[in-house]
Design a protein around this ligand. Sequence first.
Ligand code: FE2
Length: 667
Amino acid sequence: MVNYEVTVYTTNCALATTINNVYIKLVGSEGESNRSWLWGFKGSLALFKGDVAHFTVSCRKSLGTLFLIELDKQHFLLFQDSWYPSKVEVRSPEGDTYCFPVHRWITDREVHLFREGKAVIAFEETHPLAKDAREQELIGRKKDYCWEELKEGLPHCIKGKSPLSLPPEVRFSYTKDIEFVWTAATGEIELYVKGLEKRDEPWTDIDAFDRVFRCKMTETSEYVEEQWQEDEFFAYQYLNGVNPIMIRCCKVLPENFPVTNDMVFLHGHGSLTEEIERGNIFLCDYKRLDGVTANTINGKKQYLMAPLVLFHKRQGKLMPIAIQLKQTPADDNPIFFPTDSAYDWMMAKMFVRSADFQEHELNVHLLRTHLLAEVFAVSLLRNVPMVHPLYKLLVPHTRYTLQINILARLALISEKGVFTEFAASGGEAMFTILKRSLSSMTYKSLCIQDDVDERGVRDMPNYYYKDDGLRLWNVILTFVKEVLSYYYKTDDVVVKDSELQDWIQDIFEHGFLSQEQTGIPQKFSTVAELIKFVTMVIFTCSCQHSAVNSGQYDYGAWMPNTPISLQRPPPTTKGTKDHIMMQTLPDISTTVKGMSTLWLLSKESSDFVPLGQYPEQYFTEGFPRKLIKRFQRELLQLSVDIKIRNEPLSLPYTYLDPASFENSVAI
Ligand code: FE2
């Protein structure tokens, strides 16, 4: 007889303990053990949350190289509980230790198969049982994770009406669930107590805005309140606010934006034509919003513009120099300048900020991070088994994404959702904008290295999103390159990896609706192509989401800086004496609904996992684990550098400090 020492780790989280009877079977190249009851001296209390339990499994002869375990859990006295093991280690009689990552809930009486931690690509499998386990796993996953079309023209999403329809391992933890509900409830209760929730009249006093959530103000939101009318701050937000990817160098003025040399004053830096040639003129064009029918809120028609904004870079600063609020030039569509009356110029900027809110929330935040992250995750879960190196690399970057997106579909963009009811672009407009956004999205624009060149902003000073984002991209790229090159020694391995090819094919088809003009790969032919794409996936799920998510409350808490909607039409002439800013800004209930939602969406939960931390050890081999450590050291150095850079800044840029954001789209 030979003995195998089996060590079982139960995850330290609520409800992870089992008192049911658990059985294991060990499978190796030379045979398999009997199905053995894991019964130790602690009896049924061995598999307690956070505990490590030891058992012995005896066999008549050595099983050779172990590659699989089977676990099943049978009820105890008719009581069936749930169990969340993290891993099982087995020490063989030859002295070898095998590690089997589990990281999934076992709630039923079925037999569950788990592969040894060494990553294996499908065609490298040699044992028929290993091949079979791989196929069975994907058959099960394809039943658990199904695609669904929410609306024609949008990326497909996970089929599921509520978080409870998701398999337990991809749901929020108990802690996250409680905190999320608590945060949402406290925001709502505060508004209810203050009696603001149901008041649909306009504000009468601008100072009343900051009394809505007085105790929830942040340092940045207070700075915004002081600076929101300043031109320099207006422009700053295009570099380091929540929508830092819109501004681009203007090589030629759009025909529908007829600004001429004599209209703009460039403070002695030459003419507009000369400054365009020198690369000092920048443009934001909200043409995607053109012709969209604005929402009706509390029975009142709302207004949504599709502005064009021109900026001048001078002495290291970006300043707005012209704004046209509608796409088609006309007498009732004047071009506004900083030299106009303070009121005219301020109103023009306010309409731009409201348009930016819609563009940011729908395209930049929802589509380009949340919905894409969901596509990457669903495709991974359907096509790639746990033993695959890509699964091990990417699954931590999918944490909580499916549930947060289901909640967004239930509470934000559903028929009675907050966005549907209270944003200028809520309702049908929302889907029009999302469809337009998807069909104009490109692979290059998702890769910050290409994106900054394409937008002509590589040399823009004080553009911290760009500076930090480029460094993060390079740190992630190096890590991904080293990990994937370890498993994919040649391009041929990439081409022959059918699971990998299925993953990208599903992304192209279900995420980008097979639109070739997006430039999204339909297959991988080289290791380099794979590395770039996986870098983009990790960057999008972690860094990019933080850049466009974390500052939502900071920049939106002072509502006049980011009006969720506007309830009066834009000015059609200049020099009006009729000052109607307060009647134009959203009414009281719209404002407070928007603010409480932004507050909820900016709040981190306490079981937050920062970029590069992998508490669940999917990789068990020495080399990838060494690479993870190096990745973590590089991120730590970057975090230190960002903190030092931020010290002298009046408004520190923290959204891309890797210590402050998560591995995945989780909020
Ligand atoms: Fe988000």
